[in-house]
Write a protein of this length. Structure first.
Lengths: 520, 167
């Protein structure tokens, strides 16, 4: 089921890639767009608050003045405030759905998932309380509905719905509390959003400038074309019969009308609990976390800066070796991606004595095991134009490359796990003519930063660099996700021909075993 | 050409997103109350009488109490549930037994119910029993009312002002 959903997502995203380019693809920037919409809501909200009258009897008039007398700024601000809030709901739910479908909520990723579920409550508290403040017929419907909904819990001495019985019972006291909630909830939301991204290195909280500009222009356009307006002054002596509902935030009220307050509580609390425990529901995947081998760790800190979840830190040396610091893994945060091993400068297969071992590595994907797999797979390759294909957890199905004499496949948790010396090792020792990375989709690394760091290492802009002697044109990356198997096949074939040409040209020159053809 | 096509695609996708945002921010409209209907709301809190009368303590019973807790009477905390009946033109609109709130059953009983009713004139009767009696009512209010469409008609209760009020 989830695989079908994931495939569906990738197809849609590819369509968006065509329109926006992968860098600006909004479906790959959902979290960042959520932040962007949040800031639009905050800035416009501050402006609206300057002109808003907080008394319940004057609130409606002040909003009307904002909407009509200064429509060119106040009205636009109000519309932006509403539409950005609605857009935020859309991107947040797509974000939740996408993380679920991509299986990015289990294991050590539970933290972002669970805090995200809590944020949904704050988003709704912020949005619903905002609709209340306008004090039009919709606000009346929301106020009465909310009061009766909470009264059903039976935890209040007097029913709060009595504050909204009719015009004679209405007072500003409760309304003032609502305004406090409408300011406090977004502040708490911001705090929660900050916590939400705490376990991420380099979290994306700003969309690319082009996407931000386009999105803002869209919101501005609809604010002029279809400005948000009130639905007539609230009058508690009358029941608003027909109401224009904001279905993004207020869908719970018709649900309450149709079922009951307690059923709605059951639905919402049950849904929250279910979502909250999802990371621990089967199928559970227990992965071994990274371990530090102190005899190979010099405390350089490259693994610290490359870890996508801030799971590695530096601490004072404990083994007496002449280094100031050593890497320390937080097992509660490590997602077992192996990117740390890719960053480790001691992760080299060239050692002549003893087993290959890195300063930090995954116990079930050690450097020695990786070396053995490379040698084992390389043995299957014959003739010129051969390639070792590295794929990852989020990569495509590469079964069509198996059982061939010119290609062999090695699967890693993340492409970023492969240290650059390994690429040099494979090519310079002629275990394969070239290396093909069949990886996650562009801008959508399953472990967030693996592909980005690999690109930079290959392009020699990030330490550890790929050695200069390793020809760049013998390494190719295909970011094809799970849906672009055909493209992968085509690119693999093209790459094979390219390698064949290089090999044939190479054969014209004498090659020494020590140098390998990589040295030219 | 490809760039122009890309911009057109972007425009279409931005437009579709904007369309979804604008449309669902107000539509489809929700029919909260059918046309030609009014709403009768019964909404109040009231504490029923205690389950039983206070009992005078004997000297021996008083002696068993701590000195700072001594009193002459023992009064039960619990309250009786309210029994309410609302009748519209002779038809029972609502009747229920309302338990007292609180873990010890010593708090107020609360009711909030809404009943959509067609506009028009009716005789509305509200009755409430808040004592141990097994038949009859302690409070009753009868009134001829005229409901107009979309009217919010409230049945309130306050024992200190004499019982039911129709607002």
């Amino acid at each position: 089921m989830r695989k079908q959903l994931r495939t569906g997502f990738e197809y849609i995203e590819r369509g968006f890639d065509a329109a926006f380019t992968p860098q600006w693809n909004p479906l790959l920037q959902l979290g960042a767009l959520g932040w962007f919409f949040y800031w639009i809501v905050v800035v416009t909200g501050i402006y609206l608050y300057i002109f808003f009258d907080t008394g319940i009897f004057d609130a409606y008039d002040s909003v009307e003045r904002l909407t009509h007398e200064q429509w060119y700024i106040g009205g636009v601000m109000r519309s932006l405030h509403r539409y950005a809030s609605d857009a935020m709901i859309i991107v947040v739910f797509l974000h939740v759905l996408r993380e679920f479908v991509m299986d990015r909520f289990r294991g050590k990723r539970w933290f972002a998932w669970v805090t995200g579920v809590a944020l949904l409550w704050l988003i709704y508290a912020s949005g619903i309380s905002g609709y209340w403040m306008v004090w039009d017929k919709l606000a009346q419907y929301v106020a009465v509905g909310t009061a009766e909904w909470f009264d059903a819990l039976g935890i209040f001495g007097k029913p709060i719905s009595r504050d909204f019985l009719n015009e004679s019972t209405l007072s500003s006291r409760f309304f003032t509390l609502l305004i406090f909630i409408h300011i406090a909830a977004p502040l708490l939301l911001l705090f929660g959003m900050w916590i939400h991204i705490q376990r991420q290195t380099k979290p994306k909280v700003n969309p690319p400038i082009g996407l931000a500009a386009g999105t803002f222009a869209m919101l501005l356009a609809v604010s002029f074309l279809s400005p948000a307006v009130s639905q007539g002054r609230a009058n508690l002596d009358e029941v608003p019969a027909t109401i224009g509902i904001d279905w993004f935030y207020l869908f719970i009220y018709p649900l309450r009308d149709h079922y009951s307050s307690m059923m709605l509580w059951g639905f919402i609390i049950g849904g929250t609990i279910l979502m909250g425990v999802l990371p621990w529901l089967p199928p559970a995947k227990k992965k071994q976390v990274a371990e530090v081998n102190l005899e190979n760790c010099n405390g350089c800190g490259r693994c610290v800066s490359d870890c996508p979840t801030s799971a590695v830190d530096l601490a004072p040396r404990t083994d007496g070796l002449n280094y100031e610091q050593q890497a320390v893994v937080n097992p509660n945060v490590c997602t077992s991606c192996g990117i740390c091993m890719g960053a480790c400068p001691t992760a080299t297969p060239f050692r002549r004595t003893g087993n290959a071992s890195a300063g930090i590595e995954l116990p079930d994907h050690t450097l020695e095991q990786l070396k053995s797999r490379v040698l084992e797979q390389a043995e299957k390759l014959t003739g010129p134009g051969t390639m070792l294909v590295f794929t990852c957890d989020g990569g495509p199905d590469v079964t069509f490359l198996e059982n061939r004499s010119d290609a062999a496949v090695i699967s890693l948790p993340c492409i970023g796990m492969l240290p650059p010396p390994f690429m040099d090792y494979i090519i310079s020792r002629r275990y394969a003519s070239g290396i093909l990375f069949a990886a996650c989709r562009e801008i959508d690394c399953h472990y967030r930063l693996g592909m980005r760091w690999t690109d930079q290492r290959i392009n020699r802009t990030r330490d550890p660099y790929l050695r200069n002697r390793t020809p760049r044109d013998r390494i190719k990356t295909c970011r094809c996700g799970i849906t672009e198997t055909k493209r992968l096949a085509a690119e693999a074939e093209e790459f094979r021909k390219h390698l064949l040409e290089l090999d044939l040209a190479q054969q014209a020159k004498p090659v020494t075993e020590e140098k390998g053809f990589a040295d030219g | 050409m490809a760039k122009a096509f890309r911009f057109v695609l972007q425009f279409v996708l931005y437009g579709a997103f904007a369309g979804v945002v604008v449309y669902f921010s107000t539509t489809p409209q929700w029919q909260n109350l059918e046309p030609g209907m009014a709403l009768i709301k019964v909404n109040f809190s009231h504490a029923g009488k205690h389950i039983s009368e206070c009992v005078k303590l004997t000297l021996e019973e008083m002696a068993e109490l701590a000195e700072n807790m001594r009193r002459t009477e023992s009064c039960p905390r619990g309250r009786v549930p309210l029994y309410i009946e609302v009748v519209l033109d002779g038809q029972v609109l609502f009747e229920d037994s309302l338990p007292p709130s609180g873990f010890s059953g010593d708090g107020e009983s609360t009711v909030f119910q809404s009943f959509p009713v067609e506009e028009g004139s009716y005789v509305l009767v509200a009755r409430l029993r808040d004592s141990n009696r097994s038949t009859g009512y302690d409070y009753e209010h009868r009134e001829e009312i005229h409901l107009r469409a979309e009217q919010n008609f409230v049945v309130d209760f306050n024992a200190t002002t004499g019982g039911f009020t129709f607002l």
